[in-house]
Design a protein around this ligand. Structure first.
Ligand code: SF4
Length: 348
């Protein structure tokens, strides 16, 4: 398959039928993966604080500093959540919280070092998103490279691409003007890659973004990965796309249909020809997420908690066996992908 341009991506979106998109995405997926195999992880997001100064209008999770209801989890809360995850057979924790100005870099380093010390290789954790990383580095007045080195030395292996939503400056100006710029995002992510930690790409669709903005996001992600690969880095391990949940947000609106999500997954798989793993979002699409395996995805998480999306209307199904039966009925061999193994071994 040859690489497609942004114009060709737009044409495909407007003109290709579902079956045509599906077939192209399956061909792109087959470059990396067996057609009938899918991998999954059991994970939980640990929302360590809900205090945030960013005030994104699509967020139902945050509380401003000094407002009622703000919290910061202590270590024993975090350990209890990880213990529960281990009890249900999971081994991946994603830390995600707000931009809390009262938490210094040392809070994060101490927390992550304590998790690494207590659990060793029994769990892996995604420590922060790129968005949180930018905030804490800026607050510590450290260059991104220095902040990344401090976290890496505290035992962090992964900082995910979360907090990206739609990576265009216009989108950020409309909805998240205190978050950071797109340039900041990629500069920080590059520093994470250069520090030796691993990272991922993420995207959220279903706000008011245009098709051109979605494709610009994909273009910037592909360019970033090209540059990483050209310089000898592994770059982005995976691409995860989920959908906006409007409940309780200032922005409001309605959710997009599952079919639009599947088509977007296909377009992303076709366009992002330099990323190996595409992860479909059970957290925001529930049972519909599994059909995205037919549209280019090869991997998914079964989450047991994420307060950010649950506050905005996401529902978590804890019947993991019933969930796994769905991709099996679609004809997939599903295999657990151990997060706690090094990525080179854990990937399919
Ligand atoms: S999405 Fe994240 S950064 Fe934005 S307001 Fe919510 S918690 Fe803060």
């Amino acid at each position: 398959m040859t690489r497609i341009s942004a114009d060709e991506a737009a044409r495909l979106w407007h003109e290709a039928s579902d079956d045509e998109l599906k077939e192209l995405a399956q061909r792109a997926r087959a470059r990396w993966h067996e057609p009938d195999r899918a991998t999954y992880m059991i994970m939980r997001i640990v929302n360590y604080t809900n205090v945030c100064v960013a005030q994104c209008d699509y967020c139902a999770f945050y509380v401003l500093p000094n407002e009622e209801g703000g919290y910061v989890l202590d270590r024993s809360d975090v350990f209890a959540k990880i213990d529960e995850l281990l009890d249900v057979g999971g081994d991946l924790v994603g830390f995600n919280g707000g931009f809390n100005p009262k938490l210094p870099l040392e809070y994060y380093c101490d927390l992550f070092a304590s998790v690494r010390e207590r659990y060793g290789d029994r769990v892996e954790f995604y420590a922060l998103t790129v968005a949180e990383f930018v905030f804490l580095a800026d607050r510590a007045k450290l260059p991104y490279a220095e902040a990344a080195a401090r976290l890496r030395d505290a035992g962090v292996h992964w900082i995910t691409g979360g907090g990206s939503e739609i990576l265009t400056e216009d989108f950020r100006a409309r909805h998240a003007k205190w978050k950071y710029t797109v340039a900041d995002y990629f500069e920080a992510q590059r520093a994470i890659v250069e520090s030796g930690m691993r990272t991922t790409a993420t995207m959220v669709i279903g706000f008011d973004e245009t098709l051109e903005e979605r494709i610009e996001h994909l273009q910037r992600t592909r360019d970033f990965q090209d540059a990483c690969l050209a310089d000898g880095y592994d770059g982005l391990f995976s691409f995860l796309c989920w959908t906006y949940k409007p409940h309780g947000t200032a922005l409001g609106g309605r959710e997009i249909a599952a079919r639009e999500y599947w088509r977007h997954m296909a377009l992303s798989r076709i366009f992002l020809d330099n990323v190996r793993h595409f992860r479909t979002s059970v957290l925001t699409q529930n049972e519909d997420a599994f059909r995205a395996l037919e549209y280019g995805a090869d991997d998914f998480d079964l989450p047991i908690e994420d307060e950010v999306t649950q506050k905005a209307g996401a529902t978590v199904d804890l019947d993991l066996e019933a969930l796994l039966a769905i991709p099996r009925r679609l004809g997939y061999r599903v295999e657990y992908r151990h997060a706690a193994r090094p990525p080179a071994l854990a990937g399919s």
